[in-house]
Write a protein that binds this ligand. Sequence first.
Ligand code: PAF
Length: 276
Amino acid sequence: MDVIHSVAALRERLQREPNNVFVPTMGNLHAGHIQLINIAKPRAACTVVSIFVNRLQFGPREDFERYPRTLEADCDKLRAAGVDVVFAPDEKEIYPEPQTYVVEPSDLQHILDGAVRPGHFSGVSTVVLKLFNMVSPHSAIFGKKDYQQCLVLTNMVHQLALPIEIILADTVRADDGLALSSRNAYLTADERREAPRLYQRLCRARDELASGARDYQRIELDVMSELAHHGWKPDYIAVRRQSDLQPPQNGERCLVVLAAARLGKTRLIDNIEANV
Ligand code: PAF
């Protein structure tokens, strides 16, 4: 496995690999990332993983500084998973001068997580487009835990006609249902015990939808108030249609329930699809 830090060296290494599949990450890898790699590996001769904590997608009061940076442990995991190339640039390599040209996604960037985290999806899209230009993969894999991110990036690839197939992977969960996330490391022991409630409550909302409930607002408010009752501070709970994350019209069958809520100092997001 080659660990590469500069764009020039990456391009040289990948000249020999016209057929590569790409998994972009911010490091601090867990079983969810390894699942993305397992999906990637059979698809190409060369699997490339990037590790880069992207300042552009963090708000001024978010956790950019304390985001865990664990390159050595990450590389051990990637080696064991059979990755061919790790691209771990420093900030100057990705943003050699202030990045004044940025990708502005559609209105999708202003709703749900975008409303709570202004600029987040522009930051994600900008870095992913740059990484795509550096790696030139034929496909790239993203996890559905970041449901809105998946839609933003799928739309970007489509609208900018990038020759890259986007593959979406199911969320990997702990045995008690908690979606795996690097941010779970911030939870105290008590919070970690409480955390699975988010997914349990989403499952109940999904079951209600599956058994015919269509009073979406009531479903959202029920989840909100139960979480609040147990000490959470929900940013949003939203029943939306899968295709564009807009509120569902009557008769909509492909739904998703999305949630973002704070538990102590940690902000957790999750979602569940409901094909009703
Ligand atoms: O999902 C992530 O880890 C990040 O948003 C990504 C796609 C690597 C861009 O920084």
